[in-house]
Every structure is written in structure tokens, then in C-alpha cells.
Design a binder for this molecule. Structure first.
Ligand SMILES: CC(C)(COP(=O)(O)OP(=O)(O)OC[C@H]1O[C@@H](n2cnc3c(N)ncnc32)[C@H](O)[C@@H]1OP(=O)(O)O)[C@@H](O)C(=O)NCCC(=O)NCCS
Length: 175
């Protein structure tokens, strides 16, 4: 048995899990941002952690597609997902597993539960955004059967245009 390995219970997110989910989310953000995390203001940290705020967790819980993984009575990972309003699509917002429990199939088990629930409700499509540098995340999605495509972002900064919002950028050279 690998370190941290043991029987894992996958169950729906409950209100009593909120504190544990927030603590794991904080750890995941610290891990992802490294030193930068401490230089963020508390308002910026709070913004980054919005998905594990009480309001957001109430929403994810209500949607019925969010699950936690429990080992020996402790939450060790979670997936936050919801059904979108505009289309019959499940959107996975975030998945994470505590470092000591990784590589033991926990995220895969959480994903299986999302898939099973979607299937039971006749929903055919599940979407997740992944960072192209995140090797474990790409591996998880490929192994779970996702078709991993490149996504290019288009960013617009109001500060670049002096605070005004052009509806359409003029091609260069046009008056
Ligand atoms: C991504 C993450 C959720 C995977 O959780 P996990 O419980 O370790 O995943 P699993 O054990 O189910 O792994 C499934 C597959 O993903 C791939 N994988 C997972 N971790 C990997 C790693 N470090 N390197 C390469 N492939 C990896 C493997 O193909 C693995 O199958 P295998 O162990 O049979 O080879 C976890 O690494 C994590 O919490 N990372 C930080 C948060 C994050 O980046 N979340 C995803 C973005 S939203």
C-alpha cells in the first residue's frame, strides 16, 4: 500500500465539509502560486478562493455535481462542478487532492462520480478548463476519457485602452 492509501469514500459535498474544503483549497492555491501567495492582499486571496466561499459552496452543493473524497473520516479531496443553465452541460470548476493522497486514484474516483451523476440525469457533455502546463491535470483528464484540446485565451485589459471600452478594435491605419 502506498503512503496515505486506504479505503476512500466518495460522497456528495455537505455543509459540514465547508471548512475542510476551504482548507484544502488554500493549500492548493499556496502550492500553485508559491511565494506569490503571501504577497497577495487578503482581498486578493479571498477573490482567488471564491469557489470555496460559503456562497459558492452552497451553489455547488445545490447543483448536485460536487463531491468529496473521505479517508478515515477526513476530507482529502474534492471536485466542484455544476450544471450550466444555458445548456445541458456539466462544468467542472475545480478538483484537488491533498498531496499525500495523490496518485492513488482519488481524483479519478471523484470524476467517475460526476460522470455517473450526469449519466443518470441524461446529460451527455462535461467540460473542464485545464492549464496547459499542469501535467497531472492533463493526465487525469486524459485517463478519465476527456478529449483534451488546446484552449487559447483572449484577454482584454481596460488599463491598456485608458479605461475606455472599444466595441471593436480598428484595423491599424484606419482613421
Ligand atoms: C490533478 C490532481 C487533482 C490529480 O489527483 P490524483 O488523485 O493524484 O489523480 P489520480 O490518482 O486519479 O490520477 C489519474 C491519472 O492522472 C495522471 N497523473 C496524476 N498525477 C500525475 C503526475 N504527478 N504526473 C503525471 N501524471 C499524473 C496519471 O495518468 C494518473 O493515472 P496513474 O496514476 O494510473 O498513472 C492532483 O494532482 C492535484 O490536486 N493537483 C493540484 C490541483 C490541480 O492542479 N487541480 C487540477 C486543476 S483544476
Amino acid at each position: 500500500m502506498r503512503p496515505g492509501e486506504g479505503s476512500t469514500l466518495i460522497r456528495p459535498l455537505e455543509e459540514g465539509d465547508y471548512q475542510a474544503v476551504r482548507a484544502i483549497h488554500v493549500e492548493a492555491q499556496r502550492e500553485y502560486r508559491g511565494e506569490d501567495w503571501n504577497s497577495l492582499s487578503s482581498a486578493q486571496q479571498e477573490y482567488t478562493l471564491y469557489d470555496s466561499s460559503e456562497k459558492a459552496l452552497n451553489f455547488f452543493r445545490g447543483s448536485g455535481y460536487s463531491f468529496v473524497a473521505e479517508r478515515a473520516g477526513e476530507v482529502v479531496g474534492f471536485v466542484l462542478a455544476y450544471r450550466t443553465i444555458v445548456a445541458p452541460l456539466i462544468w467542472i470548476r475545480f478538483v484537488t487532492v491533498l498531496p499525500h493522497h495523490r496518485r492513488q486514484g482519488i481524483a479519478s474516483a471523484l470524476y467517475r462520480e460526476v460522470v455517473k451523476t450526469a449519466q443518470s440525469k441524461g446529460i451527455d457533455e462535461i467540460f473542464a478548463t485545464i492549464n496547459p502546463d499542469n501535467v497531472p491535470s492533463i493526465g487525469l483528464h486524459e485517463k478519465a476519457g476527456f478529449l483534451v484540446r488546446d484552449i487559447k485565451g483572449a484577454w482584454f485589459y481596460l488599463s491598456d485602452v485608458g479605461g475606455s471600452t472599444p466595441l471593436r478594435r480598428q484595423p491599424q491605419g484606419t482613421p
